[in-house]
Design a protein around this ligand. Structure first.
Ligand code: CUA
Length: 361
């Protein structure tokens, strides 16, 4: 099944490539390059060393379980056949009550199997969350869970983005994660196991992708209304493309001064700037996703909706109609934010905001 899906995906990728004239290499931000597209959150198809370590453990335990299953079934079949009732046998089979030697054996053997499995499992648990060595050339990203979106800060470059994490392929990425509200859990199944993101604490996780591509993930700890819409996309690039992306993201925004986008900026300052930041301007609030380079993202709304004009228009008309949120309980003073309110924007204001967002490349 998976092989066929891969074939189909490769064929699709070929068609896409062939149709893009002058394009010489696959674009890792193109969603056609979602790795294992039919099963993008398949942890049985690891795409990096950490995920592979988990996968290896899984298969070891799986085959031990298969061996136990086969042996137990064989023993049962032997007992069923050998001691079944036969025609002409009038006295009952000898009944046995308790056998100390057998009982000791079937207690010790499972205990040994469990001990055998525990050694590499516990070693892996510590290994997977250990910080990289200084020589590993790891990239550090700060992950902040919000109800209901992810903030990714790149301290080396000095910018913050939302829901979409870009990483260099083949290099460890060390995540320092926390939450501003409730417990979330960061999980990209093809890159590592899940790790809880807890307010007031820093938890760490190292992810690494073998090759460029798109890896999908989602919050894996129930965190309220829009838990299911708290997703994330990880884009792995080769080193040069990653560097180019990061340098572009670190640039301040170019605010349009004419046309509908300029009107959009007026609306933004009036309405949106209470929560959203645009770097290089006076909008610095951090309650909601930083929109400095919004147009460079493939998605929004917790990576649930593709970043298209139609989706944006729907969103600006009434965000809670697209994603379950509870903005009536927002409290800017305490920083408690539960989603974007419906601001009752006019269609003209919405046109302006869409033009503005489209200009924030
Ligand atoms: Cu955040 Cu579930």
């Amino acid at each position: 099944m998976i092989k066929r899906a891969r074939l189909r995906l490769s064929f699709l990728a070929l068609v896409v490539l062939a149709s893009v004239a002058g394009c010489s290499s696959a674009d890792p931000t193109n969603l056609e390059s979602i790795v294992d597209g039919d099963y993008p959150q398949n942890s049985l198809n690891p795409a990096g060393p950490q995920a592979r370590q988990i996968d290896d453990l899984f298969w070891m335990v799986f085959w031990i379980a298969v061996a136990v299953f086969v042996l137990v079934m064989l023993a049962m079949l032997v007992a069923i056949v050998r001691y079944r009732h036969r025609e002409g046998r009038d006295r009952p089979v000898k009944q046995v009550h308790g056998n100390t030697r057998l009982e000791i054996v079937w207690t010790i053997i499972p205990a040994l199997i469990l001990a055998f499995i525990a050694v590499p499992t516990i070693a892996a648990i510590f290994d997977l969350r250990s910080p990289p060595e200084p020589g590993d050339n790891a990239l550090e990203i700060e992950v902040i869970g919000h109800q209901w979106w992810w903030e990714f800060r790149y301290p080396e470059y000095g910018f913050s983005t939302a829901n979409e994490m870009h990483i260099p392929a083949g290099r460890p990425v060390f995540l320092s994660m926390t939450s501003v509200d409730v417990i979330h859990s960061f999980w990209v199944p093809q890159l590592n196991g899940k790790r809880d993101v807890v307010p007031g604490r820093i938890s760490n996780l190292t992810i690494q992708a073998d090759a460029p591509g798109v890896y999908l993930g989602q919050c894996a700890e129930f965190c309220g209304l829009a838990h299911a819409d708290m997703r994330h996309r990880v884009f792995a690039h080769d080193e040069a493309d990653f560097e180019a992306w990061a340098l572009a993201q670190a640039q301040p925004a170019l605010i349009p001064t004419e046309g509908p986008a300029a009107g959009g900026w007026d609306t933004f300052q009036l309405v949106c700037a209470a929560c959203h930041a645009v770097d290089g301007t006076e909008a610095t609030a951090q309650f909601a996703p930083n929109l400095t380079h919004f147009a460079s993202r493939t998605s929004f709304g917790g990576a649930t909706f593709d970043n298209t004009e139609e989706h944006l228009r729907q969103w600006l008309r009434n965000p809670s109609a697209m994603k379950p949120m509870d903005p009536d309980r927002n409290d800017l003073a305490s920083g408690r934010i539960l989603g974007m309110p419906d601001f009752g924007l006019t269609e003209e204001q919405i046109d302006g905001l869409i033009a503005l967002l489209d200009s924030l490349k």
